[in-house]
Every structure is written in C-alpha cells, then in structure tokens.
Write a protein that binds this ligand. Structure first.
Ligand code: ADP
Ligand code: MG
Length: 401
C-alpha cells in the first residue's frame, strides 16, 4: 500500500469550501447532560482546522459519534462538540440541524472563508456506514464545485464509509495533519524501519492479533510476546498454563508462528516467568512461577521479573519499537508491573517508539509515559489493521503525492 499521500499543504484551499472529516467521537457523560468528559479528540483536530481557516478556506466539519445506526438519537448530537470546538478556536462554530438536509445546505452555501460549521452526526444517516454513493455525493456537494475533501479521522480510515472513502470519488482528497503523522511514522516504520525493528505484541488474545503477528514477522528483527496471548504459545509448546487465558484453537497457529520466526531468522521472545493468581481480581494474591509451570488452579496475569529484564534488554538497542498490546492486566496496579517496565524501557531508548492499539495507548497514558513516546496512534482498530499490512480504504482514497 502507498502511504505517500497528498496533505493539506500540497493543495490550494484559499477561498474554497473544505469538507473536513474529523474524529469527534468523544466520550459523553452518561447522565444525558451533554457534557464532554474528554475533549482530547477535539483538541487533536485543531491544527488542521486552524491551518485551513488561516489559509482562507471555509470549513464544513463532519464526524460520527457513537452508533446511532441511522436513528436520530438526540443524546448523540454533535451540538456539544460544536460548542466546545468554538471555545477552543475562539470563534463561532455554526451547528447545522441536519447532515445533508435543507439546513446544512443553506448554511454551507452561505459559509464564508475563515468560517467553520459542523454537520450533525453522520451516522444519523444509514448511508454513512453503507458507503451509499448518493449520500457521499450529497456530502461532497455541500463543498460545491471547487470543493476539497480533507480526511483527518484516522480512527475510521479502516472503514470504507461515505465520509471516509466514498466522498473521495467526487472531490480532490488529501489528508490533514493527524493522518499525515500516522502515515509518516507508522507507514515509515513498516516500509523502511530504522533497524533493529522490535515488535512487542501482547494483549488479551492471539486470535485478535493473528494478522499483526503474521505481518510483523515479515518485517521485524525481533518479536516479543507478552500478555494473555502468551499462554496459548506456552500451552502449544507443552507448558502448563492453569486457568490462564487460553485459545486452544490457536495453538497450532502459535507453533506455526514460532517456526516461521525460526525460518526467517527473526528472534522470537516468549515469557520465561509469570506472575499468577488464583482469581482475576485487583487484590488477588500473586506469586511468580516459571513460564509453563503455572499451578492448575492459578492464572497468569502479568509477565514475571526475569521476563521483564529479558524484554527491556531486547528494546535497549532497538532502532524502532512497535508496541501493540499490554504485557498483563494493567488495569489492576498489582499486575501492571510488566507493562510499566516495558513502557519505562521504551521511554529511555533512543529508538522511534510507536504505540498502537486502544488499550496499549490507554496503558501508556495511565502509567504516565505518553509524552516520552515518538507516536501514540489515535486509532485503535485502524492502527491494528495498519500493522496487519491491510489496505486502509480511507487512506487508499487519498491522492498520491
Ligand atoms: P490493544 O487494545 O492495545 O490492541 P488488546 O485489546 O489486545 O490491546 O488487549 C488489552 C487487554 O488485554 C487489557 O484489557 C488487558 O487487561 C488484557 N490482558 C493482558 N494480559 C492479560 C492476561 N494475562 N490475562 C487476561 N487479560 C490480559
Ligand atoms: Mg483493545
């Protein structure tokens, strides 16, 4: 896949209307008060929005929120986003009452250079997720004959939806700064990594990471396996994993991956010890046992101290580290030590450090290492599919450089 895509600085937007796909899918208070509990995604969109407004474009912003599935659910209105965005920008954000209806059309037609408006939740219309060409064309028409489409919602580029891919059939399509950074850093690490490239893979399940393991085995010099998925590897090698997370159906696959690594000369590291407990609980009493020797009534919840040393050594002289999936149940402080140690080791290397995956990003943030990483991807599912080497429809739709 070609990651070398045109971005906002490669085209002229002066005096034009820009349809800007943002990721304003922000968490809202559950009490129906319309309060945004975390405005990080709105803040993240500011550089692209400000650039476009400064260049003299008229910005028609759009986003989805939640999963209304074509129903007009008032609690999923983007009106609170318009208000917050307006506070952050220090200028009015005109809120449309609909998406492609009379109100949005009238407001888009009247929009002047330097002004910004926001459409209602794209997923109020079933055409969005169906990538209905008529809906995509209606969105494009809001920007008019010399309109431009800018995509800056990395979290949805793995979906071929009307606003992420379909609309590019009707307007010249380029990326915003957020997507540009994702493509440069993750795309760069996959296509032409600074070596050695170390991939750290963890999280709950092998089955959700098969594509990632398989693809990174083609590219990486070292692969490190931790988290819940490591017990399937352990069991496949004849180890005892007690009541740990185990996907028996994937044992054969795990063995194939071990063999593939050996054939390709990729170093594959598996845990040598495990922190285990009798129950899945924050205050569960724990003990450390050698990998593959977990007592029948216990489960592995974190990598052990010897494994931590092994893994931290392996990243110390890396050129690039891609990390996807926590090393243990980091949500429980008692079982967050492995994840924290790896995060700390990454914070100390000179390597390019890339964090992909929703829970991994949350773990790094929660543990306080976010600003020490080169890049934390803004898209959980999208970054996974990127690392799987899959074509991302919302990226493929953009103009090549
Ligand atoms: P990401 O979202 O970064 O791709 P995943 O969704 O694959 O990561 O996995 C994250 C989850 O894996 C976390 O909720 C974590 O608690 C869980 N996990 C990690 N290690 C274990 C383990 N040993 N047993 C059970 N769950 C685990
Ligand atoms: Mg996850």
């Amino acid at each position: 896949m070609n990651y070398n895509k045109k971005t906002v600085t490669d085209i002229d937007v002066k005096g034009k209307k820009v349809l800007l796909r943002c990721d304003f899918n922000v968490p809202m208070a559950k009490d129906g008060s319309g309060k945004i509990t975390d405005d990080k995604r709105i803040r993240a969109a500011l550089p692209t929005i400000q650039y476009l407004l400064e260049q003299g474009a008229a910005v028609i912003a759009c986003s989805h929120m939640g999963k209304p599935k074509g129903e007009w659910k008032p609690e999923l209105s983007l009106a609170p986003v318009a208000q917050r965005l307006s506070e952050l920008l220090g200028q009015e954000v005109i809120m449309a009452k609909d998406i492609i209806g009379e109100d949005a059309k009238a407001k888009a037609a009247a929009l002047q250079p330097g002004q910004i408006m926001l459409l209602e939740n794209l997923r109020y219309d079933k055409g969005e997720t169906k990538n209905d060409p008529a809906f995509a064309k209606a969105l494009a028409d809001l920007a008019g004959a010399d309109g431009v489409y800018v995509s800056d919602a990395f979290g949805t580029v793995h979906r071929a939806h009307a606003s992420t891919a379909g609309v590019a059939a009707y307007l010249p399509a380029v990326s915003g700064f957020l997507i540009q950074k994702e493509l440069e850093i993750i795309g760069g690490a996959l296509a032409n990594p600074k070596r050695p490239l170390v991939a750290i893979l963890g999280g709950a399940k092998v089955s959700s990471k098969i594509g990632v393991i398989n693809n990174l085995l083609e590219i990486a010099d070292t692969i490190i396996i931790g988290g819940g998925m490591s017990y399937t590897f352990s069991a496949a090698a004849g180890g005892k994993v007690g009541t740990s997370l185990l996907e028996a159906d994937w044992e054969e696959y795990a063995n194939e991956m071990v063999k593939k690594a050996a054939d390709k000369g990729v170093k594959l590291l598996l845990p040598v010890d495990t922190v285990c407990a009798k129950e899945f609980a924050a205050d569960a009493e724990s003990m450390v046992v050698p990998a593959g020797q977990i007592p029948d009534d216990m489960m592995g919840l974190d990598i052990g101290p010897e494994t931590v040393k092994l893994y931290c050594d392996a990243v110390a002289d890396a050129g690039t580290v891609i990390w996807n999936g926590p090393m243990g149940v980091f949500e429980f402080p008692r079982f967050a030590k492995g994840t924290e140690a790896v995060a700390e080791a990454l914070s100390k290397t000179d390597a390019i450090t890339i964090i992909g995956g929703g829970d991994s990003a949350a773990a790094v943030q929660q543990l306080g290492y976010a600003d020490k990483m080169t890049h934390i991807s803004t898209g959980g599912g999208a970054s996974l599919e990127f690392m799987e080497g899959k074509e991302l429809p919302g990226v493929a739709a953009l103009l090549d450089k």
